[in-house]
Design a protein around this ligand. Structure first.
Ligand SMILES: Cc1ncc(C[n+]2csc(CCOP(=O)(O)OP(=O)(O)O)c2C)c(N)n1
Ligand code: SF4
Ligand SMILES: [Mg+2]
Length: 280
């Protein structure tokens, strides 16, 4: 095989993982490159980063693709592992990248509570509407009526709008883009990387092999669909404008103290009380 040369290989991309492990047309490559460009502009390296992922195609973005410290953990358990990493060393930039099945289905409970705590991690949800790695099974984001391998006559369930849900918690940042909106995506990564507290970015991604196959859509058609059917939050004049549309943009941006700050306040208080021997 011809050797591929690129300045990112050996810096941001693990040499053994190039060419990428993803199918042609997979949005995972677009998300990975937008994220690397954001990090490169802000920090110039992955030195202070730890990436945590669960199981699924999206989880392969950090591991094996990124040449960085990564923990590829159990299905659904990326967030608790990321919490452990952040508590052990709060100076690290801790980033979770995983899929809709991993983060919302089996890992949904962890996602909700990390947002409630305003835990200082960045979570990137790669939403391709199915469990892609295991063969296009229905997920909590599969649209109503859509065909998947486990709903061959149409999905009878309503999907979860996870951005709307998390916007109601204490999360400091919640945003959604699609892989068509690549410049917005990079900008949002840069913005979120700087912040404390819980930051959540959903990226609607193209999966031509599993999701696209079930919908009889190729990569171009998927990207065209994202382009034609997205509406920016600022453009919404009436709630009906969002019917059948993908609502994109920044849902919330706050600068509330993150969990690490709250925890250190309690820790300082405990030490002070202990010193005064007020605690038995
Ligand atoms: C405990 C456990 N249950 C089920 C599986 C099988 N499994 C592997 S990946 C996956 C779903 C992945 O879906 P998603 O997170 O959406 O990632 P995608 O492949 O779509 O990027 C499942 C159910 C597993 N690995 N471990
Ligand atoms: S199955 Fe879908 S999500 Fe997985 S690598 Fe292929 S295109 Fe990407
Ligand atoms: Mg998925």
């Amino acid at each position: 095989m011809k050797k591929i040369e690129h300045p990112w290989i050996g810096k941001y991309l693990r040499p053994g993982a190039v060419p990428s492990p993803f199918c042609p047309g997979c949005g995972n490559g677009i998300i990975a490159s937008a994220f690397i460009r954001a990090v490169d502009k802000k920090y110039g390296s992955f030195d202070n980063f730890v990436f945590v992922s669960g199981i699924g195609c999206a989880a392969w973005i950090p591991s094996p693709l990124f040449y960085a410290d990564t923990i590829h953990t159990l299905h659904g358990r990326a967030i608790p592992v990321a919490m452990g990493v952040k508590l052990a060393n709060p100076k690290l930039n801790v980033v979770v990248i995983s899929g809709d099945g991993d983060l919302i289905s089996i890992g949904g409970n962890h996602l909700l509570h990390a947002a409630r705590r305003n835990l200082d991690i960045l979570v990137i949800l790669v939403n391709n509407f199915v469990y892609a790695m295991t063969g296009a099974q229905v997920s909590p984001t599969t649209p109503l009526g859509a065909r998947t391998t486990t709903t061959p006559y149409g999905n009878p369930e309503q999907p979860l709008d996870v951005c709307k849900l998390l916007a109601q918690t204490n999360a400091n940042y919640v945003a959604r883009w699609t892989v068509y909106h690549v410049f917005d995506l990079e900008k949002t990564f840069r913005e979120a990387l700087d912040m404390e507290g819980f930051r959540f970015i959903e990226v609607i991604s193209s999966c031509p092999t599993r999701w696209g196959h079930m919908q009889k859509m190729n990569t171009i058609q998927l990207l065209e669909y994202f382009k034609e059917n997205s509406i920016r939050i600022e453009q919404v004049k009436d709630p009906n404008d969002t019917q059948g549309k993908i609502l994109i943009g920044v849902f919330v941006k706050r600068d509330n103290p993150g969990f690490i700050k709250q925890l250190s306040k309690v820790r300082e208080k405990a030490i002070e009380l202990w010193r005064k021997k007020m605690v038995k």
